[in-house]
Ligand binder design. Structure first.
Ligand code: FAD
Ligand code: FES
Length: 262
């Protein structure tokens, strides 16, 4: 883990609300794992003071570049769009725990909503590299927000898209879709990010079917180093006790069965 100023190779708008940034990661010594994130300074000025966390969207080992896909939400991400190719991005990382790819004897399922898709894309990339079959159910407000679907398809993932505008993204409809996928695809591991309602659904289904499942949590962060406790959530231990953990330090990836989804 280190702070570095990485050269931005590309930072451009890719849809109405999303931007894509590519940085030169040659000077980062650590291996970066899907599910890990970087804490990024969005502007050179004092405001906004706090860095913003972003997952790794794509890892290009040969070129030694990293890619981020981000939703322009508030002041930090708005300022991030102002960084031009050739300028430096001030990043800190890689931080947190990565996913455990655990579907070698079957296929893995990814269930994501909104920017959660960005977090799971790097896992789909790793699955493709290791010859693991993957199926993704992507949920978003509109079709326009499903741009990462093409990236997943380029990794060979079978992609199902559901959107609020088409009226097929409610939990009941997604549950039916998942039942069909579980029946047909020999799913042996499942991963989710981006929606508490969908995470609850997958938590129930994975428990019923005894499937290995992980979740990448997103919480508002301050330090992203385990110091400020801004990012806590609850984990249920096997003996029934509840433990409070820091998403930035002990996570962001956790066993889905253990997370108390509030
Ligand atoms: C581990 C992790 C990985 C993430 N990966 C991505 C990603 O790949 N792409 C992407 O678009 N977004 C990602 N997010 C969410 C992203 O960090 C927020 O959208 C971003 O911080 C919003 O900043 P803002 O200034 O534009 O919004 P504002 O709402 O103005 O932010 C105000 C404050 O709230 C915090 N905040 C607001 N929303 C979130 C949120 N959902 N999660 C965490 N902190 C938040 C900000 O850090 C800031 O301190 C991730 C969040 C976490 C925790
Ligand atoms: S953000 Fe400070 S402890 Fe997690």
């Amino acid at each position: 883990m280190k702070a570095a100023k990485l050269r931005v190779l590309e930072n451009r708008q890719v849809s109405e609300r999303y931007w894509h940034m590519v940085v030169d990661a040659a000077e980062l010594p650590d291996e970066v794992k899907p599910g890990q994130f970087f804490n990024v300074r969005c502007a050179d000025e004092i405001y906004p003071l706090l860095r913003r966390p972003f997952s790794i969207y794509k890892i290009n080992k040969r070129e030694r570049t990293l890619e981020f896909l981000y939703l322009v939400k508030g002041v930090g991400t708005q300022r991030l769009t102002e960084i031009r190719a050739g300028e430096k991005a001030d990043v800190f990382g890689p931080l947190g725990t990565g996913f455990n790819l655990n579907a070698e004897d079957g296929a893995m399922l990814m269930l994501a909503r909104g920017v959660g898709i960005a977090t799971l894309a790097a896992l789909a990339q790793e699955a493709a590299e290791k010859g693991v079959r993957s199926v993704a159910v992507l949920s978003a407000r509109s079709r326009n927000d499903l741009l990462a679907a093409e990236t997943l398809e380029s990794y060979g993932a079978k992609v199902y898209k559901v959107t609020d505008e088409e009226g097929n993204s409610d939990v009941a409809s997604v549950g039916k879709l998942l039942e069909g996928i579980f029946r047909e695809e020999n799913i042996t591991a499942a991963y989710t990010c981006g929606s508490k309602r969908l995470a609850e659904l997958l938590q129930r289904m994975a428990a019923d079917k005894h499937i290995f499942a992980e979740i990448a949590l997103e919480e508002n962060m301050g330090c992203a180093m385990g110091v400020c406790f801004a990012c806590v959530c609850d984990i249920q231990e096997q003996d029934g006790s509840v433990r409070t953990v820091r998403v930035c330090k002990e996570g962001p990836v956790f066993p889905l069965e253990q997370v108390v989804i509030a």
